[in-house]
Design a protein around this ligand. Structure first.
Ligand SMILES: C[S@@+](CC[C@H](N)C(=O)[O-])C[C@H]1O[C@@H](n2cnc3c(N)ncnc32)[C@H](O)[C@@H]1O
Length: 314
């Protein structure tokens, strides 16, 4: 008969076997110079299996995180992986990593290149890049719907403002005026430099979006990459506070990662990057709780199907 002590040590053995198995696969891939595209599936499955073991309690998330952190510090310095785990600016999803995702920054070190290519190929970074295109489409629609009108857009949690820079690069004649709300002064300094050529049409405000009260009305209020860090209560509160500041015919559009984020295990276990993933139904519910009428709420998504956008028409 197996004693309780033996059972415990068998469990410990299993746990360490799972972790060391993962570590060995990772180190083998490091020795080969990082994953080739045909190995992405294998690596993603290994991460998924490890996450499953964490979910059922066979492995402690903290142990995986220590392993990942130490591997990151030893092997992945300067990569997107390191940027995610080491959180240079003190929080996940800072302006710098988002800008590096937009620009698909790849390490110049030959042995690290493939790790960055793997990072950028994940559905989540693809969805982030897609949301820039989604925002640009909204701006095009706005311009077509109201030609000649001096349009005003409020951009909440503007981060690197790469989206605005690229908008004006592609539409230099655009007369849209942007007010950007951003909490991190370093992000504002970076965004100001990124958008230096268009400073006449963009104003950055160092403000906390959770306390901000607009001083005027806007044709579009846009926010991506903020609400998926907020609790339901804050989500509702902020949408409710913004709705009165949309002009008739305008809308509030809020991005939020959906529950169909195939990169979630990778983000959480490998990148220590947590979001409030929300379903389409949940987003509708929260918008209605914020005071939107059912028929005024619409939920759409970008082509990756990862980032949803709840539209509240006013
Ligand atoms: C994930 S980035 C998104 C940037 C940009 N919206 C985009 O999609 O490219 C999140 C940004 O929100 C900012 N942020 C976080 N909390 C905030 C708050 N309470 N008020 C204003 N900005 C905030 C961060 O400093 C960061 O620059």
């Amino acid at each position: 008969m197996i004693s309780e002590l033996q059972q415990h040590s068998m469990v410990d053995l299993d746990r360490s076997a799972i972790l060391s198995g993962f570590q060995q696969s990772l180190e083998a891939m490091i020795r080969r110079g990082g994953p080739m595209p045909q190995e992405y599936g294998e690596l993603n499955r290994a991460i998924r299996r490890l996450a499953d073991e964490v979910r059922v309690g066979n492995v402690a998330a903290q142990e995986v995180k220590s392993l990942v952190r130490s591997a990151t510090e030893s092997y992945f310095r300067g990569t997107m992986q390191a940027e995610s785990v080491l959180k240079k600016h003190g929080y996940s999803g800072d302006f710098e990593i988002i800008d590096d995702i937009y620009r698909m920054r790849i390490s110049p070190e030959p042995e690290l290149r493939r790790w960055d290519l793997f990072f950028h190929a994940q559905p989540a970074p693809c969805a982030v890049r897609n949301r820039k295109a989604y925002f640009h489409q909204l701006l095009r629609d706005l311009t077509v719907r109201q030609p000649g009108k001096s349009l005003r857009v409020l951009n909440i949690a503007s981060g690197p403002a790469r989206d605005l820079r690229e908008w004006f690069d592609a539409n230099p004649e655009s007369e849209i005026r942007f007010d950007c709300i951003e909490l991190d002064p370093t992000a504002i300094a970076h965004a100001t430099a990124v958008c230096a050529a268009y400073g006449d049409r963009i104003t950055f405000h160092h403000q906390n979006a959770l306390k901000f009260v607009p001083a005027e009305k806007y044709d579009l209020i846009w926010s991506a990459g903020l609400f998926d860090y907020l609790t339901d209560r804050l989500f509702t509160r902020v949408v409710r506070s913004l709705m009165p500041f949309v002009k008739a015919g305008g809308e509030v559009v809020v991005g939020n990662f959906s529950e169909f984020n195939a990169s979630r295990d990778y983000m959480e276990l490998m990148g220590d990057w947590y979001l409030e993933h929300r379903s389409e139904a949940r987003l509708r519910e929260l918008a209605e709780k914020a005071g939107a009428k059912t028929e005024k709420v619409d939920v759409r998504w970008e082509p990756e199907g990862v980032n949803l956008f709840v539209h509240v028409a006013v």
